[in-house]
Design a protein around this ligand. Structure first.
Ligand SMILES: [Zn+2]
Length: 490
């Protein structure tokens, strides 16, 4: 699907369908709506009344070659723009059309930003058109070939091109993340994940990758990570991508949980809970997706992407409940539940990340079911030792429409992850507050003074039902857009 922008009059534009917006409470006597009325052969008013169309955000009135969409109030348009565009896209999918022209919504507004508007609309269109068709021909093929965003003003059209280009670059990364999550674990194991990282490294001249095998990981004393890996017949991989621009203002590390399949290990999951466990590498997928974007956007921030990739499987070689391992920072961990494996791999990955001497470390992990209990399926949780960092991340997430909310890292619960025979236990002594105790466990691997945030994406990383009008079922690529926005704010 090709998206471009062009100067013109939307009602005079040649297209199979033209999409125009009407605000809630807009004066229906104004000249544009009068023209719209003529275009519909006088049916606009009648149909609007029949369908109760008032211009509410996302309402759609459909005519043979015209879709009229409600934009809501002008003050809320920018936040509703993706959702509105997604609704229009799904309506278009039900029509046999290949060429569509959209009015650049809100162009008459004082606060109108053509670049931003085009970016948001393009993001929603590209996200909505995502299909994972590796294993099955889609029932409904995307036949839309061309979308033109029409601006009345020539300067707006030129600025809109910039927004379109940027949206394409960002969504390319999100798409990579979604594909990785959706690919079954048999085809997306640690080796394949590492090969993907190697391919991504070739996309940009400032990107390097190092991949470590089991022996090399042993030399790094990452025994918590290795304990998880020992039950699997597939070799683990430590993946380290580096994006290093010529002049970097700051340096950051993003650690992604990379459990390519989580059976729970000997603490085996029930069958139902295991069905979607190919998604337990969604954090890693978002890190890889982010690097696809970095290759194109080239921000002046040094970024390390770190993934401790392994399966978590039961076998005669698997770690046992009660085993004690010594992580890379020398702390000992009593493993009491082998299904709390993510924090074991992250512990060593976080220690490794801090060796890169970066200003900020962020980890992204489908870590706890408790986070889904707390925040539901559409909101991720962030915990940080730096409230400014947490707020900046939440701000970035809000702007891109990925919901994120702060959870506390209160020290009083730290006692719940203390073990009788080791420094830590990998599962808390209380079954309550599981997201908080997981965060406190990870904090034990963060050095004093290191800025760090942990993002638990167990809810929104994988959608069991559509997440919005523009993000359907399956891998969502959650985090890629938030991280891009946050990196741009540094
Ligand atoms: Zn698990």
């Amino acid at each position: 699907m090709n998206i471009t922008s062009q100067k013109g009059d939307i009602l005079k534009t040649e297209a199979e369908v033209r999409v125009v917006g009407i605000y809630e409470g807009e004066d229906w006597e104004n000249s544009f709506i009068q023209r719209l009325g003529e275009e519909t052969g006088g049916k606009l008013q009648i149909n609007a009344k029949k369908k109760d169309f008032t211009g509410n955000a996302g309402q759609i009135l459909s005519f043979p070659d015209l879709l009229i969409v409600g934009l809501g109030k002008s003050e809320t348009l920018s936040t509703a723009l993706r959702e509105i565009t997604g609704s229009v896209y799904s309506q278009l999918q039900s029509l046999p059309v290949t060429h569509v022209a959209f009015e650049l919504f809100g162009e008459d507004d004082e606060s109108f930003d053509p670049n931003q508007t085009a970016q948001l609309m393009t993001e929603a269109l590209l996200l909505a058109s995502y299909q994972f068709d590796t294993y099955k021909k889609p029932k409904q093929k995307n036949i839309l070939e061309e979308i033109i965003l029409i601006a009345e003003d020539g300067k707006d059209a030129i600025k809109a091109e910039k927004g379109i280009k940027k949206a394409k670059q960002i969504i390319d990364g999100v798409t990579v993340a979604r594909d990785l999550v959706n690919t079954p674990a048999q085809d997306m194991n640690p080796i394949r994940l590492a090969q993907t990282a190697e391919r991504i490294a070739k996309l940009g001249s400032h990107i390097r990758v190092r991949v470590y095998n089991r022996e090399q990981i042993e030399k790094k004393n990452m025994n918590a990570f290795l304990a998880v890996a020992q039950g699997s017949d597939v070799e683990p991989r430590l993946i380290h991508l580096t994006y290093k621009p010529e002049k970097a203002k700051k340096s950051i590390a993003i650690v992604g949980k990379g459990i390519t399949f989580d059976s729970g290990g000997l603490s085996l999951k029930p069958a139902d809970s295991m069905q979607s466990m190919k998604c337990d590498m969604a954090g890693a997928a978002s890190v890889l997706g982010l690097f696809v974007v970095l290759a194109k956007l080239e921000p002046n921030i040094e970024v390390h992407g770190i993934i401790a990739a392994t399966e978590n499987m039961p076998s005669g070689k698997a770690m046992r409940p009660g085993d004690v391992v010594r992580a890379a920072n020398k702390k000992t961990i009593e493993i009491l539940n082998t299904d709390a494996e993510g924090r074991l791999t992250l512990a060593d990955a976080l220690v490794y990340a801090q060796k890169q001497k970066v200003d900020t470390v962020i980890d992204l992990a489908t870590l706890t079911g408790a986070c889904v209990v707390t925040l539901g399926e559409e909101i991720a949780g962030v915990m940080s030792n730096n409230s400014d960092l947490a707020h900046k991340l939440i701000e970035s997430a809000t702007v891109v429409g990925e919901e994120l909310w702060e959870l506390p890292l209160f020290g009083r619960y730290a006692k719940l992850v203390e073990s009788d025979i080791a420094d830590l236990r990998n599962i808390a002594t209380s079954r309550y507050g599981g997201t908080l105790t997981a965060g406190l466990f990870l904090k034990e691997f963060i050095e004093e003074g290191q800025k760090w945030a942990h993002i638990d994406i167990a809810g929104p990383a994988y959608a069991e039902r559509p997440l919005s009008s523009y993000i359907g079922k399956g891998g969502t690529g959650y985090g890629v857009r938030t991280l891009v926005k946050w990196i741009e704010s540094l």
